[in-house]
Design a protein around this ligand. Sequence first.
Ligand code: G3P
Length: 217
Amino acid sequence: MKFFLDTANIEEIKRINELGLVDGVTTNPTLISKEGRPFEEVIKEICSIVKGPVSAEVIGLNAEEMIKEAREIATWAKNVVVKIPMTEEGLKAVNILSNEGIKTNVTLIFTISQGLMATKAGASFISPFLGRLDDIGSNGVELVRNLRTVLDNYGYETEIIAASVRNIGHLESVAEVGSHIATVPGSLFPKLWSHPLTDSGIEDFLEDWKKYERNMK
Ligand code: G3P
């Protein structure tokens, strides 16, 4: 499974990229707004740090506006992917943009049908939102499992980005059900490599080593 970082924060991206864990980055208007910097500047900087796909979302709600924004965003970097919301106008935009060779990530997917429509329209990526489905008593992981089955049934090359990933359980479950990608918030990443038994194990080993050194003197 590929790991994307769900953040627009440069420090977080640099820190986790140094570990070789970042295959791409996803942003959205909420994440960009937290940085308090110009949208284009932030996306260009992220694209220069990370080699893989970097999603930047449009704001327009009709196809014409989305296409205009997308064509502009696509000039910012070779690895930029335009994020488009899952609406009828969004599908229209995705159809046109994919024919122009502009990669799209259709976001805010909550059903198999939505995922299938976005795939048929030509999306390179689809983003089901796990946490937000769980919030309303649905099952986000099941959606990812079912979407993977549907894409595989017909040999689609569109990749699933499990988004709105809130905890380690989500991450491990979407890996089990075959999500192509999980996009992980910067705050969750350190929890994926940490464990209290690892920390106490290191402390115990060091303590024993000190005793051993004292005895060897
Ligand atoms: O990847 C989508 C993500 O940014 C939304 O997450 O936790 O606000 O549902 P959340």
